[in-house]
Design a protein around this ligand. Sequence first.
Ligand SMILES: Cc1cc2nc3c(=O)[nH]c(=O)nc-3n(C[C@H](O)[C@H](O)[C@H](O)COP(=O)(O)OP(=O)(O)OC[C@H]3O[C@@H](n4cnc5c(N)ncnc54)[C@H](O)[C@@H]3O)c2cc1C
Length: 492
Amino acid sequence: MPTDHVDVLIVGAGLSGVGAACHLQQDCPGKTYAILESRAAIGGTWDLFRYPGVRSDSDMFTLGYAFRPWKDSTSIADGTSIRRYIEDTANEYGVVDRIRFHHEVVSAAWSSDDARWTVTARRTDTGETVQLTCSWLSVCSGYYRYDEGFRPRFEGEERFAGQVVHPQHWPEDLDVTGKRVVVIGSGATAVTLVPSLADDAEHVTMLQRTPSYILSLPGRDPLAQVLRRRLPATVAYPIVRWKNVLFSTAFYQFSRRRPAAARRLLRRLTQKQLPGVDVDTHFNPPYNPWDQRLCLVPDGDLFRALRAGKASIATDRIASFTEKGIALASGEHLDADVVVTATGLNVLAMGGMSLTVDGAPVDLAETVSYKGMMLSGVPNVAMVIGYTNASWTLKADLVNRYVCRLINHLDRQGYVSATPVAPPEGGDEPFLDLSSGYVQRSLARLPRQGSRTPWKLHQNYLRDVALMRKGPLDDEGMTFQRAGAGTERSAA
Ligand SMILES: Cc1cc2nc3c(=O)[nH]c(=O)nc-3n(C[C@H](O)[C@H](O)[C@H](O)COP(=O)(O)OP(=O)(O)OC[C@H]3O[C@@H](n4cnc5c(N)ncnc54)[C@H](O)[C@@H]3O)c2cc1C
């Protein structure tokens, strides 16, 4: 089997993978690279999800790349616009030519003797197996399974005469005009779907077991609207971006430090939007703000649909499906023609690929993450995962730039690899700190993290900017290796 070699291999052509390629071209211009993408398209999440109304739930000035302005004044953008932004970036930077579509990476094997990864991919169009070698592997595979969303089974489903759909596999021809729709769930997907479906459906009911905190923000950024009329996009964009970073960081810190006050504030804002609605039942989660991701709704679209009577909320448990809909534990019955199971994702780390280091399998759960982006004992691999409490790209950009710094450092110092080590006390904290079901279901399969830098990720962009852009590369968590020689401990 012929084996190509590239300096850097990127897995995934979504927001992170395209960003990784752009950073590499700018900061390591001499390096060769390729992107292996299992699907036939660029965009990842923003190409896969096609349910009505699909949109970002964080602002585009921070979800966009630091190096390429989001030029629209829409702060919360629809899926098509985000996909186009990623595609346009890939075209503008000449990244498209480096993508090999239909290549699903299934395994990667590190050889210390060769200081290389041998990466095996399965062609999803022909079934053929392909191998490449690389010196550095950047895994930008997102965080969930593409083939299957999380879909619990409900009692009596087979009796239901209507249609059941999952947002991850939305049927292109589904028309809800005049139909009664029940959306099961209370997360970002459910709150997006409800107002969007309510435009056509006879009625939409959001059926939630546990409420979420929901905050309305302007769909268009007022500052961006003013600045883009007066300043070039390259000047206006970083201003709005930093304003949003500071606002979201401040709100997150306020929520963590003064949860009772944050809860009161969110309750007051919701009550103002929904006079007469029982907010203490439907918008009063049992957890504190930011224990789970806060749901943002642009211009209060969900609240508008509720006020107009086009949609309603039921906070209850499902007793069973019936022929005509869903029977609830309270004894009520929701009639439905269509049930949407907005029940979430199946978290998947490293795109499901298996890793070996010198023949020994890597068990992710046994590793400790380093700066939230590398794994103890695993050389020359970055895992690009975004923030849980802010826009994904803020962190993906930091990681992708850090990788370039590290690769340049290896070259300058004559090293061939960089391998993180676990802290002496081990990894005593979970990798993600959200209490959401999809996170809790996955923690046992994910790396751990430490309780201090550089093994702890603080989920704080301002701290991470200092750590990742200017912080030392040779800190106590990192070791470096020369060709054919032993490991060198960092100088720190
Ligand atoms: C509905 C939805 C809405 C979201 N909204 C927001 C938001 O508003 N703000 C925010 O910050 N985050 C949001 N997220 C998180 C979102 O995933 C990130 O914003 C971002 O799109 C992640 O980009 P990515 O490139 O890292 O991963 P993805 O978009 O998941 O792309 C990963 C790519 O890797 C490919 N891939 C995976 N495994 C392999 C493999 N083994 N071999 C080859 N290719 C592989 C996939 O096919 C895909 O193209 C949302 C997620 C979802 C599902």
